[in-house]
Design a binder for this molecule. Structure first.
Ligand code: BES
Ligand code: MN
Ligand code: ZN
Length: 467
């Protein structure tokens, strides 16, 4: 059993034996009421559970609950827990606590094994309970169900993004989308190079030119409402490896550019969660996917390409390729007459300089849409921060040879990138999430995070409730 003690230990469990046990542990200096502190007790006298783990939480919020559970599950790692029962001291858990539990479990038990089968996953318990009064039963059950669906989406996103570039190719990503769609009752269409050419996606194709791997354009449709209802369209950047192209990136840490399809992975994961939760809303996922490679055929700095919208682009830097594939996907989105379009992309290093690795960057041409995404990010505990889109930032994109250049100056780089995209979004409310800082971690904890599947799923669910 895991006992979560919020607010500096002021909250009691209500159980005499347990409360005395906690008080004694504190008195004897074995446990401290400090967020994240744990105490493991094996077969504590008088308790009819094999293990008791005390964990301190900052307060009673779902967010504090989730970090406390992360600490608790880390402390239980390697122990043969079969049935995990969680108690929140001093308060009734609600749906948000329950969802937090499901996500903490995903976090504790996910292990990447595809190219390293020797990696062993911590055994997940066969049964998990969150103890509550009968009055809270329905909410907790619903929260667990929602949390499990989101967790499955997060796992799928991590599983895709963690795969190395020689495994996760555009072709594989298309096949994976088809598998996911089939398993979850979604309509999936994968367009090949010929079809992409036919659509006139000259900007997207200019990025793919240098690679021997053929590009794909993936379309996923979830129908939860009448066909006539305008859908929410999610667009994910699917660069399966970003070398920078002819504007080649430096060697250190270039391996991490396999994560440059993190936006695409989060769109796949979100549609997986949505298919399970069945909100009454239509959702479309669009994924342009290719490699960005240098070669004799690759696009060169100064080349001018024609986007699907007809606008021409001077490619001054082939490493600013994300916007070049996204702009054609945004134009493709027009055919759905969407109620809203949100694109998700590991778009700029500059957003990492601005916001670090905690908050994603949110850009939106529509205030109501921005508010909805911010609200979703709070309830999902998947934070993002709104960035500006003043027209002054657009000036850097002027070109002598085309309607626009694909880069401006270094200053405010994530904003000029967003301004570039905005030029293709005149026909619908639009928002853009720059997730370069949050979709994966570097260093010792290197790996995909599955963000922002939580944010996007909550956004879709909230829109369905309002529709
Ligand atoms: N995929 C990168 C952005 C990125 C950087 C993601 C670091 C994750 C971690 C993107 O395609 C890119 O290379 N952007 C350039 C844009 C520049 C050339 C205007 C960048 O940020 O340096
Ligand atoms: Mn790049
Ligand atoms: Zn990139």
């Amino acid at each position: 059993m895991v006992l979560v003690l919020p607010a500096g230990g002021k909250a009691l469990s209500g159980d005499k034996l347990l409360d005395a046990l906690v008080a004694a542990a504190v008195k004897q200096g074995d446990f401290e009421h400090k967020a994240g502190q744990t105490l493991y007790l094996h077969q504590a006298a008088g308790m009819n559970c094999a293990r008791l783990l005390l964990v301190s939480a900052k307060d009673g919020s779902a967010k504090a609950f989730r970090s406390a559970l992360n600490a608790a599950l880390a402390a239980l790692k390697g122990r043969a827990v079969r049935h995990l029962a969680v108690v929140l001291a001093g308060a009734q858990p609600d749906a948000t606590h329950a969802e937090s539990l499901a996500l903490a479990l995903e976090n504790a038990h996910y292990v990447y094994r595809h190219t390293k089968p020797s990696a062993v996953a911590a055994k997940a318990p066969v049964k998990v309970s969150l103890l509550c009064d009968t009055s809270a039963h329905a909410a907790v059950k619903a929260g667990l169900k929602q949390g499990e669906a989101i967790a499955a989406g997060v796992t799928l996103a991590r599983e895709c993004a963690n795969r190395p570039g020689n495994h996760c190719t555009p072709t594989w990503l298309g096949e994976e989308a088809q598998r996911m769609g089939k398993a979850n009752g979604l309509k999936v269409k994968v367009l090949d190079r010929k079809a992409i050419e036919k659509l006139g996606m000259g900007s997207f194709l200019s990025v793919s030119r240098g690679s021997d791997e053929p590009p794909r354009f993936i379309v996923i449709e979830y129908q939860g409402a009448s066909k006539t209802e305008a859908p929410v369209v999610l667009v994910g950047k699917g660069i399966t490896f970003d070398t920078g192209g002819i504007s080649l990136k430096p060697a250190p840490e270039m391996d991490e550019m396999k994560y440059d399809m993190g936006g695409a992975a989060s769109v796949l994961g979100t549609l997986r969660a949505v298919a399970e939760l069945k909100p009454k809303l239509n959702v479309v996922g669009l994924i342009p996917t290719c490699e960005n490679m240098p070669s004799g055929r690759a696009t060169k700095p100064g080349d001018v390409v024609v986007s699907m919208s007809g606008q021409t682009i001077e490619v001054l830097n082939t490493d600013a390729e994300g916007r070049l594939i996204l702009c054609d996907a945004l134009t493709y989105a027009e055919r759905y007459k969407p109620a809203a379009v949100v694109d998700v992309a590991t778009l700029t290093g500059a957003i990492i300089i601005a916001l670090g690795n905690h908050q994603a960057g949110l850009f939106a041409s529509d205030d109501a849409l921005a508010e909805q995404l911010l609200a979703a990010s709070r309830t999902a505990q998947d934070p993002c921060w709104r960035m500006p889109l003043d027209e002054e930032y657009d000036e850097g994109l002027k070109s002598h040879y085309a309607d626009m250049a694909n880069v401006g100056s270094r200053a405010g780089g994530s904003i000029t990138a967003a301004k570039f995209l905005q030029r293709f979004t005149g026909k619908f409310p639009w928002a853009h999430l720059d997730v370069a800082g949050v979709a994966h971690r570097s260093g010792a904890a290197k790996g995909a995070t599955g963000r922002p599947v939580g944010l996007l799923t909550h956004f879709v669910l909230a829109r369905a409730r309002k529709a």
